[in-house]
Design a protein around this ligand. Structure first.
Ligand code: TXA
Ligand code: MG
Length: 350
């Protein structure tokens, strides 16, 4: 059975941390809060413990895992030929929601990196995560603590919903603050490349990495071709199909309305993930609405996003609609998660 220990997120009890660290040292699995989402942790230097992570999540062995560190010496322990800009980025953004992909040393088990020559490293900005890594005395490998293709967990309950019985311990430190995962930057290519938009914005990264390559599918505006199907694996996908409706607000709301009416006509139950500003305009429609927070406050939307996806899934509708959040700042990461959940289904209302 999976044990749950409640822990103060800002001042974790050292005895609880020591218990969790003992589980890590013995090769077990501990889910713990970070500032982004809950991670499913194991000793990053123990190949067998890392194998357990893949099994518990049902994660394909081809998808590499981030090593979480609590001090910069652990970066040097895991990586070689670290470019100077890595230290500049670390200085600015660590601890925080930024993951750096660098060349790995032989000490890193091959399965952590899914056989690649690189390793992804992050220093999380959460007292529980940092205390756990320090107490364990080793870097901690941790993907998000959800089952493969489920929304990432932002509370201990989400972790238990997916992984109860499959892991040893959950440290319950309450809901996470950022709510979406870290930005992942590959520093082994020239110029560096953004592999996943996340908690650190592109604008903030470009202050230090002006050359940073960001895939056009993240940035282009206007009508966009749906990305190649293989590029958008089922990830964060709710059971019901989700559609992102893009375009200027009035046009998008009108299109959402017509999509809803068509679906209702076909006898479908419809759900919406709606911004607070849009709720009043859609209130006359017989649909289940889960609020995402204010469209003007992307931090709030990010914080609520994964819980909202889980909730709309639990309600059990046949179709889910959501208005495109846009791409400015944190909205880019929110949009990325929504488009993945939609498996690329974006329609342009204009
Ligand atoms: O905020 C986060 O990053 C959370 C918390 C727990 O730290 N972790 C997280 O892990 O989101 P995960 O496994 O769900 O996502 C890690 C991402 C994946 O897209 C993976 O492919 C990429 O990082 N990644 C990991 N190692 C990599 C590597 N060596 N090269 C390229 N991409 C890598
Ligand atoms: Mg994940």
């Amino acid at each position: 059975a999976t044990r749950v220990l409640v822990v103060d997120p800002s001042a974790p009890d050292p005895r609880i941390i020591a218990e969790a660290a003992a589980v890590i040292e013995s090769g077990g699995l501990v889910a713990f809060p970070t500032e982004t989402v809950y991670g499913l942790g194991a000793n990053a230097l123990d190949e067998r413990a890392v194998t357990r992570i893949f099994r518990a999540k049902g994660r394909p062995a081809t998808d590499p895992i981030i090593a979480h560190i609590a001090d910069l010496r652990q970066l040097d322990m895991l990586a070689r030929d670290i470019p100077p800009v890595a230290r500049v980025l670390a200085q600015r953004f660590w601890p925080g929601p930024l993951t750096l992909v660098v060349w790995r040393r032989p000490i890193v088990p091959a399965n952590l990196s899914a056989g690649r020559a690189t390793v992804a490293v992050r220093m999380p900005a959460h007292p529980v995560a940092l205390a756990l890594i320090a107490a364990a005395g080793v870097p901690i490998a941790a993907p998000s603590a959800n089952r493969f293709s489920r929304p990432s967990p932002t509370t201990a309950v989400h972790v238990l919903d997916d992984l109860a019985g499959c892991i040893d311990l959950v440290l319950d430190g309450g809901p996470t603050l950022v709510g979406i995962e870290s930005s992942v930057v590959d520093l082994t290519t020239d110029p560096p490349r953004l592999l996943r938009p996340g908690g650190v914005t592109v604008a903030a990264l470009r202050e230090l990495l002006p050359e940073l390559i960001v895939e056009p599918r993240y940035l282009s505006v206007g009508d966009e071709a749906a990305p190649a199907p293989g590029m958008l694996l089922r990830h964060y996908a709710p059971d019901a199909p989700l559609i992102v409706v893009a375009g200027e607000r009035e046009a998008a709301l009108a299109r959402i309305r017509s999509e809803v009416l068509m679906a209702l006509d076909a006898g479908k139950q419809v759900g919406m993930l709606a911004f607070d500003e849009d709720v009043a305009e859609l209130a006359d429609l017989p649909v289940r609405i889960v609020a995402l927070g204010s469209a003007a406050n992307p931090g709030q939307v990010a914080q609520r996003l994964f819980a909202a996806l889980r909730e709309i899934e639990r309600i059990g509708v046949d179709l889910i609609l959501v208005r495109d959040p846009g791409r400015e700042g944190l909205r880019l990461a929110v949009r990325d998660r929504l488009v993945r959940a939609a498996e690329g289904r974006v329609i342009n209302a204009e």
